[in-house]
Every structure is written in C-alpha cells, then in structure tokens.
Write a protein that binds this ligand. Sequence first.
Ligand code: PFF
Length: 453
Amino acid sequence: MQKQVEQWSSNLSFVLAAAGSAIGLGAIWKFPYMVGTNGGGMFLLLFIFFTLLIGLPLLMSEFVIGRGTQLDAVESYKQLAPNTYWHYVGRLGIITSIILLSFYSVVGGWITIYLYKALTGQLAGLSEKEYGALFGETISNPSTAIIGQLLFLAMTILVVSRGIQKGIERASKIMMPALFIIFIILIIRSVTLDGAWEGLVYFLKPNLSAITAESILYAMGQSFFALSVGVSVMVTYSSYLSKEENLPKSAGSIVLLNILVSFLAGIAIFPAVFSFGLNPGEGPVLLFNVLPTVFSQMPFGMIFFTVFLILFLFATLTSAFSLLEIVVASIAKNNLIKRKKVAWISGLAIFILGIPSALSFGVLNDLIFFGEKTFFDVADFLVSNTLLPLGSLLIAIFVSRILKREELFKEFSQGSKMKRSVFSIWYFLIRYFIPLAIIIVFLNVLGLFDLFL
Ligand code: PFF
C-alpha cells in the first residue's frame, strides 16, 4: 500500500492547519446566527457541552486513525478493516465534503465580494440601514453571488492543487494570531456601545425555556461543523503527522481555540445587535448586517474592516482547503500531476453543485422545501444535522468496536505521556456515550424519544 510521503514540518504547523480547518465560517459566521435563531444563551452551553464531550473525543478518534495508518480518508479504513465496508465511512466523508464546500463557497464568495467592495472604497460612510440594504442587494444579485463563489473556489483550487505543504503552512502562522487581535479590537468597540449589556445577557444567560429537540440537534451539528469532525478531514490531515507528536495535546488545543473563537464572535456580535436594535434571529445574514456598522463606529473603521475581511477570508479559505484536500488526496494519492487535474475537476463540479445555493438569497428565494427551507438551507441541514452526525456515529463505532483497545492505546499515547486514565475516559466516551447520545438526539428530533419527559 502506498504511504503518504508528505509530512508537516513541525507539530505547530499541523496544529495550525488543523485549527485552520476547524476555525472558519462555523465559529465566526454560523455560530452567532445559530445562537440567534435558537433562543440565545442556552445554545452556547449546549454547544460547549457537545464540543467537549463529543467533538473532542471524535477529533482524537480521527487523529488516531489518520496518524496510525498515515493514509488518506479511504485507504486508512481499508487498511484497518480489510475486506469490509468500513471504507464507506471515508467515502461518505468525501460526499459530505463536496456538499459542504458547495454552500460553504457561497458564503466564502460573499466575503470575497465584500473585500473587493472594501478595497475599492464602496463600503465607506454608509448608515446602519444602508449597510443592511447593500448586503441584501449584493447577495441577491445572481451574477455577483456566482462570481464571488467562483473566485473563492478558484483560490481554494489553486492552493490545494499545489500540495499541502507549500500551500497552507506558511500563512497560518501570521493570519491566525492576527485574527484574534482584530476580534479583541472589535469586542472593545462592541461592548462599549450603548445598550451593549442587553446583548451580553442574551448571549451568556442560559434560558432553559429555549431548549427544543431541534435546538439540541443544531447545537450538536454546530459542534461537529465547527470542529470539522465526522468527515474524515482530520484523518487526512493527521496522516501527514509524524509519530513523535502529541495527539491529545493537539486535539485539546484545537478544541479550546475553536470554542474561544466562537465565544469571541458571540461577544463581538450580540452587544452590537441589541445596541442597533437588530433582530438576533436574522439568520445567515446576521454577521454581515451587524459588523460593518460596528466598524464604521470606530476610528479608522474602514481600515479595520478591510483587515478583518482579509483575515476572515483567510480563516474561511483554510477550512475550504481541508474540504477539497480530502477529495483530492483520496483520488490523486501522491501523484502530483493527477492532483492538479483532480483539484480542478472536482472544484468545478462543486461550483456547479453550489449554484442553486448561491441563488438561494435572490432568484431562488421562493424555492422552498419542507415548508421553510431554501436550497442553501437544505444543503446546510443535510450536512450539519444529518451527514456529520452520521459520519461521527460511524467513526465512533468503528474506532471503539472494530479496532483493538491495546492498539488504540498505543497510538493514542505515542508521542505523549498520557495517563491510562485519560485514555479510559476517551474510550468510554467513544464506545458508549457518543453513539448513544447521537442516536438519542436523532430519535428525539423524530419524536421517537422524548428527552423532556
Ligand atoms: N470547521 C469548518 C468551519 O467551521 O468553518 C467547516 C468544516 C471544514 C467542516 C471541514 C467540516 C470539514 F471537514
């Protein structure tokens, strides 16, 4: 069997790239609007609960598979369970990635277009209302939405087609810390606006009555989405990792960074939402309607906003790279010529698949499924709340039921001095707690099990 020849140059590069895959639209764009559409503070708690008890152990599981085999998302399962159907977990991940990137690139396109507008001075000096209207016009215009999506995908394809080492590693080291700094600046402005307190309370104070079967499912889906688990993307990334690296420590730092960024995004957005009298339940447009106004109310606001858009675009791109990387790595293996071809062909297919999502905020706005969902919403729901939990469930079962406990311990602890007890907790979670929790959340939504008896 062919082994991966590429390796990360250091553990820091790996953590940055894996954190780069995790941190993106999920934490910055999706998390705040999910909080807003699911009743506020309680969602934050549920999200943290699912991230720590389900997301983190799953991330470790993907690392153990990837680094253990040093193979891509399909071959790794084949090696670990030859002559079985388990490699379909990897194939499911590839399909999930393709659908995910098809709508992810639409939002990536919005950022790209806004960055263009910021750089050409079209965003300066508007009022709160005008910002909202401008964003609505931008995303409902079919050619703008599609061109944005195409540009975003083209950037993704260009980097992935060149191979991961050169493409991803260098820039992350500067861009990720810079993103933190700009968030802090944004937060300082946001929490000092008039009426900010109400927003903080809305975001931080758990409101028990807001819990519904759906909001539990959404919080679970959000934790998978934001951590990039359930897709085997993290299997692929960790397959480039050397045996000396400390897996639990890497997984822990990625999870903490991810929760931190989600938290910062909430603290930056909700005070402003309440201060400007906007509706927190606005959905996918929330961030884009709120942030330009916050930036416009600070000195050098447009410069800060432009820098923010660059960093936001970068964070989104590093997630998109990982989504395309899993597709390309599993088809092209280590063949560099094939890699280019596969990157362009699959990127193009993803673009076409994403067109109806791009048009969902304009000409296809009235094309509604299940009584309330646009094409974009359906694609997102299918991925976040169906395919990611399903992939995660299968990965947990695969690792805990098919692989041998002793082998797992060896891979889990290689490169770290992890205590046996930490391993045992992890093993318990993936063997019993996680499969049961995912199944209960599903049954609860289907009305076949009532969590609130
Ligand atoms: N975690 C990414 C984000 O939050 O933006 C999205 C994502 C990337 C999900 C890669 C899944 C994945 F495999």
